[in-house]
Design a protein around this ligand. Structure first.
Ligand SMILES: NC(=O)c1ccc[n+]([C@@H]2O[C@H](COP(=O)([O-])OP(=O)(O)OC[C@H]3O[C@@H](n4cnc5c(N)ncnc54)[C@H](O)[C@@H]3O)[C@@H](O)[C@H]2O)c1
Length: 278
């Protein structure tokens, strides 16, 4: 490879000219990914229900914002249409929007709450894959679909029954759609983070630990101490955004049906006997 090509490969232009839709892109992991994608030359459509945050972010990165509740199929279809009318193509679909809950025992699970969660976490991703796949097949230039799963899909006890179930369903759906869509050059992959102190996670800790005024720093400390093999280190928005950048870029051109886990090793090892190494 020529030196110039290598420089290009590791430059900040890894998504030059590509068009991406990011659901749940107004804050947290989605917002960090929108910024990193834009820094790498992509045009971004942020699709969320937090209109003020989403619009401000979209303006700051030269992107577009659209109000989109992912549980509503036509909202997702419109978000993808916006990308096509704006830039004439869709290259990357990041199905990132998700919610947590409902908490508590299976014996008290409220079926309406379960269905509400599934309508966002599972139906939302089905809508995203379905309409992105249509647009990418029509475009005839392949594409990349990313789906947000979680460490809760790999190990029990990390989220509510409904949340864990929804995140495991996403991995299954990503694999089966990768199987169908590979012939069109469309890659479908999952990202499974763990312990990234976002609004969602901080609120969950406040609820579980019954500390309404708990600060983000406290949550980071707890995760850094107990939720990662890398002591003193918890997951960061940037970690997930960089992983999404890699999977969305041509550097990951032969990676599909994969679940990229970013958990500081947490779901791969028990530390209960780690004294044997020290
Ligand atoms: N933070 C973590 O440690 C962690 C770990 C594993 C997976 N995840 C997943 O990452 C994704 C992003 O979450 P986050 O941690 O950045 O939390 P967050 O709450 O900051 O972000 C979630 C975003 O999704 C949007 N959203 C929620 N419901 C929506 C809907 N119906 N339609 C469109 N947008 C909607 C929210 O407005 C918000 O912008 C979620 O799918 C979450 O399950 C997070």
């Amino acid at each position: 490879m020529e030196l110039a090509d290598q420089t290009q490969k590791f430059s900040t232009n890894r998504l030059m000219g590509k068009v991406a839709v990011i659901t749940g892109g107004a804050r947290g992991i989605g917002a960090a990914t929108a910024k990193v994608f834009a820094e790498n030359g992509a045009h971004i459509v942020i699709a969320d229900i937090l209109d003020e945050l989403g619009t401000t972010l979209a303006d700051s990165i030269g992107g577009r914002y659209i109000h989109c509740d992912v549980s509503n199929e036509s909202d997702v279809e419109l978000a993808i249409q916006l990308a096509i009318t704006w830039k004439g193509q869709l290259d990357i679909m990041f199905n990132n929007a998700g919610i947590s809950g409902p908490d508590g025992s299976i014996t008290n699970l409220d079926m309406n709450q379960l269905n509400s969660l599934l309508s966002v976490n599972v139906n939302g991703i089905v809508h995203g894959i379905k309409h992105a796949a249509r647009a990418m097949i029509n475009g005839g230039r392949g594409g990349c679909i990313l789906c947000m799963s979680s460490s809760a899909a790999l190990m029990s006890g990390l989220g509510s029954h409904a949340y864990s179930m929804s995140k495991e369903a996403i991995v299954g759906l990503a694999r089966t759609t990768a199987c169908e869509l590979g012939v069109y050059g469309i890659r479908v992959n999952c990202i499974s983070p763990h312990g990234v102190p976002s609004e969602m996670l901080i609120n969950a800790y406040r609820k579980f630990l019954k500390k309404v005024d708990m600060k983000g720093e406290e949550v980071s400390e707890i995760i850094s101490e107990r939720g990662s093999l890398l002591r003193g280190r918890c997951g960061r928005f940037e970690d997930v955004a960089q992983a999404a950048l890699f999977l969305a870029s041509d550097d990951a051109g032969f990676i599909t049906a994969h679940n990229l886990v970013m958990d500081g090793g947490y779901t791969s090892a028990s530390t209960s006997m780690s004294f044997i190494y020290h």
